[in-house]
Design a protein around this ligand. Sequence first.
Ligand code: OGA
Ligand code: ZN
Length: 374
Amino acid sequence: MYSHVGENVGVSALVEDGDLHLKVGDTQVNIAAIWLRDSCPCPESRAENGQKLFNIVDLPSNARVERAQVVGRSIEVEFAPDGHRGVFDIEALITAGTPPDLADARNEKAKRLWRLAAEVPPVWNDWTGYLADPAPALRAVVDFGFALLRGVPTELGQVVAVAETFGFVRKTNYGTSFDVRVEENPVNLAFTGLAISPHTDNPYRDPVPTLQLLHCIHNATTGGESGLVDGFAAAELLRENNPRAFDILTSTPVTFRFDSADAHLSAIMPMIGLDPSGRVREIRFNNRSMVAPRLEPGPAREFYSAYRTFAELLYSPEAQLNFQLDAGDCLIFDNTRLLHARTAFAATGGRHLQGAYADLDGLLSALQTFEEIW
Ligand code: OGA
Ligand code: ZN
């Protein structure tokens, strides 16, 4: 039975079976008593910093709304059986009903996917302009997966300073930063003049570095062109064209591995990682560090066919954005989404990039702060 407990301009509150039902204009919002109790903003429930002061087991399991009254833009609630009281902002109650996956800036839904390189708008940012307002470049990393800064000082170690404009460097066995140039005894093909096909970095790490930076110190060689591909767009296309292949790549665990004298790293993940709502959230693709999965012949054939189909999409020339990094250019990209590549180059030209890893959580946090300021 409904009991009419409160009314205000356009908002009415009803309690039924101990739960709260708000009517806001034509919209009906149904709120479970236990959720409301768990979300209580009163000083007994929350510290001044907003953090919760209680645990789920501290709440009565049979919590229900005893009374509710609309007062202005708020609603005053009294709970049973313990008589707890709280005042809730009506607007906040309505907003909290937005499906949680829409709020995740990391999955495909939050992105501006590009299937063709031609769809990417110019995302070059001049270093001094970037320092004055980093928000547009960081926004481009979130939306398109990358930003390119130009005119960054070509001092060694500068890549760390770039990462520190928006977050924190992720130090790895390659160092705080690492040099990408031709080496005598390379532990990684990145440190040769060979071409590298589109890949994500360090898929053998868990957690994987979610951002990568590549800063060009010197590039007086022929070749060594850079390429970027949108892995989320390719996954979306795969799902459209070949749902079976998509299912195989989202559900088959693949081992990625790296070994050197001082590092033994491995992670077991699907190539296409989904979030709980089934949306694409993380691509791991690296032919150099993937261990061929030892499946029974039937599943192996299916896996390899799906892998090949995905690779063909990723390697499609129209999907790849190509450009030459010049001295002073610094690329920042989402290593969970974009694949990067380079063409072969002559060792004599002395091509030298410095790289570093960082993470998207820090960048998203900085972006929110910067967007509030500007
Ligand atoms: C890397 C890499 C690309 C390049 O270091 O991870 O892929 O342009 N380098 O040298
Ligand atoms: Zn790489």
